[in-house]
Design a protein around this ligand. Structure first.
Ligand code: NAI
Length: 252
């Protein structure tokens, strides 16, 4: 029970890495706010946690909208009395170059992937600071540490996530708040399938290419969740500003 008595917010928790992490947090004793723009799917994850004997509340929210992020923090504080852990994980990808992404799409990628992390810090840091500290984990990407093809806005946004993490760690370390990023390689979620669709590629061969790394397979969401549990817990009490790579080796 490495997160016993912790109150956690997980964004993008209706599926993929976020869902696996919400379940792992609850299994480690945390009370979890399950946040997603897909409200019904978030409710199902919260229900799954409650069925297993855990505590969870679902919040339908768009993490790029300030009023929604404020409501997420208020709902969590209202339900559990505070916030000790935030996993800023909601994200989207557009497999486009500078020539074929329009300005609205560019802004949407940055709204969901980057602005969300600033907004969450704005509203949750005062709550954490008052309680003496907390742990924030942001989902970057291997492509936030090096470039990738046909994903300009995504690479730029994830690079921002990695460096915002360092800047937030510097600003809020004195308040006892640790901020780290987890940087996955290819992980078996809906996002990879969406990428195959966007690129007009056969899903099977696209997924097979993900195995081209030292461990010869793509990652599973639970393997990212295990790293996030560690960053969220007091076991990583002297770790802040770091970019933890979880990618089967070789991409970053
Ligand atoms: P996913 O597509 O399964 O999950 C993303 C979740 O975020 C979905 O439930 C979606 O509804 C939610 N979401 C999207 N926009 C939102 C918004 N505006 N407000 C609230 N929720 C929103 O994808 P996956 O793979 O689980 O992605 C999670 C994170 O991991 C993302 O930040 C992604 O960029 C990152 N990542 C994923 C990799 C992969 O290979 N799957 C590799 C590296 C990073």
């Amino acid at each position: 029970m490495r997160l016993k008595d912790k109150r956690a917010i997980v964004t993008g928790a209706a599926g993929g890495i976020g869902r696996a992490t919400a379940l792992a947090f609850a299994a480690e004793g945390a009370r979890v706010a399950v946040v997603d723009i897909q409200g019904e799917a978030a409710e199902q994850v919260a229900e799954e946690i409650r069925r297993d004997g855990g505590e969870a509340v679902a919040v339908a929210a768009d993490v790029s909208a300030e009023a929604d992020v404020r409501r997420v923090v208020e709902t969590t504080v209202g339900a559990y009395g505070g916030v000790d852990v935030v996993f800023n994980n909601a994200g989207i990808i557009r497999r486009t170059t500078a020539l074929d992404i329009d300005v609205d799409e560019w802004d949407r990628v940055f709204g969901v992937n980057v602005r969300s992390i600033y907004l969450m810090a704005k509203h949750v840091v005062p709550v954490m600071a008052e309680a003496g500290g907390g742990s924030i984990v942001n989902t970057g990407s291997g492509w936030g540490l090096k470039g990738g093809g046909q994903a300009l806005s995504y690479c730029a946004s994830k690079g921002a996530v990695v460096n915002m993490t360092r800047a937030l760690a510097i600003d809020h370390g004195p308040q006892g708040i640790r901020v780290n990023s987890v940087n996955p390689g290819d992980v078996n979620t809906g996002m990879l399938r969406d990428e195959a669709r966007q690129l007009g590629q056969d899903e099977g061969s696209f997924l097979a290419e993900s195995a081209d790394r030292p461990l010869r397979r793509m990652g599973e969401p639970e393997e990212i969740a295990a790293a996030v549990v560690w960053l969220a817990s007091d076991e990583s009490s002297y770790v802040t500003g770091s970019a933890l790579v979880v990618d089967g080796g070789g991409i970053a």
